[in-house]
Write a protein that binds this ligand. Structure first.
Ligand code: GCW
Length: 680
């Protein structure tokens, strides 16, 4: 199993002898100051980890002393006696501190937090240090999460399929196995999430089946919630706005209809009866054909607030998605802002607006959504996509931490310099209590969970960034590589380097210079910039996005075009509006330019674009080449599976390059620079 990838980054395999000596010098026994389920899970985990990593058991003892690890909250006297209250104050609800204290005959280690959840996260922190070979003999750690709610969104359907899932069928629905098998997997899932600080999950698709609100499914959710609870994971549900009419037998689902309001209140009460710590609802409404309040002439605000009121007595929240667009006069990228800004400040306190990182749709690269920094009075949360819908599915190695950091760190100028996207959503800039971050999961029933072994790194990285977005992508990558594979720097360094370059490589061979949405019709796999489906929605066709013609290529979102630029704060609006100022990697996202347009680097647009496509392919080849030389460092099975995927990636990178270059050449009528290899 350890070799199949099933164990993710929680392998706990024996460390080398020097580390074992170090760690057992520091810690030999365990004092658990508390007895609830969460702290017991933490204790079980550290026992398991310590045993696996060092080969030694931690003795359970009642009193701290030399060599002890003491874990607990100030509810317990052993923690209170340490007088940590001023430091614990800064930890908030889920943060923790780890300290080394001198005691008679040596030292002891303490993990203290205000809640058992904090203790659990602190325990995983200590374990991670051991897994990555860090010293644990002098610890002074203070941690608290950047966002209060850190959730995965599964797009799993009740029939067991997964929308945009590339790792097999759903782990949640329509499963033939016994509960014992499934519950063991759910526990593993909960542990993996807790280990990176993820504290909630929405297990069904935002394209929600109304039946998820029937007693049958509430019961299923309750069973899963029971397994999550010791790992501080809350369960949430995607709900269909039309549920009252579809499964409740009501005349309509109009949010102004008192019977509808009552139906949601009763439903919420029914859910909380079985799941007292149920997290709340995620809603996709009036988006891509889903029902919503606008079906009754009402608004997003009316819909969200009705549900919010139903959840308020139980402390549940509503994550209301802003992924909305319709074919029409307004260009797709400007619509969410136009539709949501009028409601800024008008949502109930337990509503948070969930916004995709970019204004179109999880493209390999797009500008950040102007709702970040735009909406200020109502809390807004980011939705990232871990599953690689537009980044090669589970065939391509694309480490996405760099992409997410690019968004989180992006300057919005909402309150002048220092207004990063992260700060517009973590409560610091606009003082919101309710803060959250989410990402669409890449998990399925595949033995390695994510289809591509490196897909695991994106699940891992999302959790780490949700906890602390100031972490560096290379550090997260290094942790993950060491925990998942081996510590040998001859392996770690080249692999981290591949990961760090991987997302840009994918951008280059798919969508360089800000191109976007030119992938296969509907399934979104492979290149299809030429797709034309008579009668199809215009805003789903690639030409809507690339606009290639004999004149040039790119999407005009300037003040002369769709005017997305004006939704950004100054000076970004001016920077994006000017082809001389806009970052080169967003050039064709904001501008339609002639093939002979000269870039800042002196290249003509056509040549620059072709070079990028070729560069992407060379990167894919380099990854493949590098990996081939790493044989023997890890188990053969994972080595070969990854080798196979990298080969596939190169093949598909060439496919992308050739398809796009040759297709766009039919418009540019310009040659491929002579020194480049001919298309295959
Ligand atoms: O990216 C698009 C996907 C749809 C998805 C939608 C959304 C769940 O192609 O499959 O539907 O976004 O996020 O709602």
């Amino acid at each position: 199993l350890a070799e199949s990838g099933e164990k993710l980054w929680l392998r706990y395999l024996p460390l080398d002898n020097a580390k074992v000596v170090d760690y057992t010098n520091a810690i030999r026994s365990l004092v658990v100051a508390g007895d609830d389920a969460v702290i017991s899970a933490a204790a079980e985990e550290i026992q398991m980890a310590f045993n696996g990593l060092t080969g030694n058991d931690l003795r359970n003892v009642n009193r701290p002393g030399a060599g002890a690890l003491l874990i607990g909250t100030p509810e317990n006297r052993l923690i209170r006696d340490l007088e940590l209250s001023s430091e614990l104050e800064k930890c908030g609800e889920e943060g923790y501190i780890i300290r080394t204290f001198p005691v008679r005959n040596g030292q002891m280690t303490v993990i203290a937090a205000n809640t058992s959840a904090g203790v659990l996260y602190g325990t995983f922190d200590l374990i991670r240090r051991m897994q990555t070979g860090e010293s644990i003999s002098k610890l002074e750690v203070n941690e608290s999460p950047a966002f209060k709610i850190r959730v995965l969104n599964h797009w799993d359907n009740l029939n067991g399929t997964v929308e945009r899932g590339y790792a097999g069928h759903s782990i949640w629905f329509n499963r033939p196995e016994d509960w014992s098998v499934r519950s063991a997997q759910y526990k593993y899932y909960a542990r993996a999430n807790a280990s990176v600080g993820i504290n909630g999950t929405v297990i069904n698709n935002v394209n929600a089946d109304p039946n998820v609100l029937t007693a049958e499914y509430i019961e299923k959710y309750a069973r899963i919630a029971d397994i999550f609870r010791p790992y501080n994971m809350k369960i949430y549900m995607s709900v269909n706005f039309a549920s009252p009419a579809v499964i409740g037998g009501l005349e309509n689902s109009d949010p102004f209809n008192p019977a509808v309001q009552q139906w949601w209140k009763d439903k919420a009460a029914e859910i909380y009866q079985s799941i007292p710590d149920f997290g709340g609802f995620l809603v996709k409404a009036n988006s891509e054909g889903q029902p919503g309040p606008m079906d009754y002439g009402r608004t997003h605000k009316d819909g969200a607030n009705m549900m919010a009121k139903a959840l308020q007595p139980h402390n549940g929240i509503v994550m209301w998605r802003a992924f909305v667009y319709e074919p029409g006069d307004d260009e797709r990228s400007v619509q969410a802002y136009n539709e949501f800004m009028p409601f800024d400040g008008e949502f109930e306190d337990n509503v948070i607006v969930q916004v995709k990182n970019g204004p179109v749709d999880f493209m390999p690269r797009e500008s950040f959504s102007p709702l970040f920094g735009g909406m200020q009075k109502s809390p807004v949360m980011i939705e990232f996509q871990i599953t690689q819908e537009y980044l090669g599915h589970s065939n391509h190695l694309a480490y996405l931490s760099t992409m997410w950091k690019e968004v989180l760190d992006a300057e919005t100028f909402a309150k002048g310099v220092g207004s990063s996207v992260a700060k517009t959503t973590d409560g610091t800039l606009f003082n919101h209590e309710l803060t959250a971050i989410s990402a669409v999961s890449n998990i399925g029933r595949d033995i390695n969970w994510t289809g591509h072994h490196f897909g695991q790194s994106n699940w891992y990285a999302f959790g780490r960034l949700a906890w602390d977005y100031d972490l560096l992508s290379e550090d997260i990558a290094e942790e993950w590589v060491k925990m998942t594979f081996v510590h040998d720097q001859k392996f770690v360094e080249p692999v981290v380097d591949i990961m760090m370059r991987s997302r840009e490589a994918v951008v280059n061979y798919m969508n360089p210079l800000g191109l976007h949405h030119i992938m296969g019709w509907d399934h979104h796999f492979g290149p299809e910039p030429w797709t034309d489906i008579p009668g199809a929605r215009e805003d789903w066709l690639p030409r809507y996005y690339h606009n290639a013609s004999e004149f040039g290529i790119g999407f005009d979102r300037t003040t002369n075009g769709s005017n997305l630029v004006s939704q950004y704060h100054s000076p970004l609006n001016k920077i994006y509006n000017d082809p001389l100022l806009v970052p080169e990697n967003l050039l064709l996202w904001f501008h339609h330019l002639p093939w002979n347009y000269r870039l800042q680097n002196g290249l003509k647009l056509w040549d620059a674009m072709v070079y990028k496509y070729y560069e992407g392919v060379e990167e894919a080849r380099l990854f493949q080449n590098r990996w081939d030389r790493l044989e023997g460092y890890i188990d053969d099975r994972r080595f070969k599976e990854i080798q196979y995927k990298l080969k596939l990636q190169t093949t598909e990178a060439i496919w992308w390059r050739d398809a796009c270059v040759l297709y766009f050449q039919t418009y540019s009528n310009l040659p491929i620079p002579a020194e480049l290899e001919r298309p295959v």
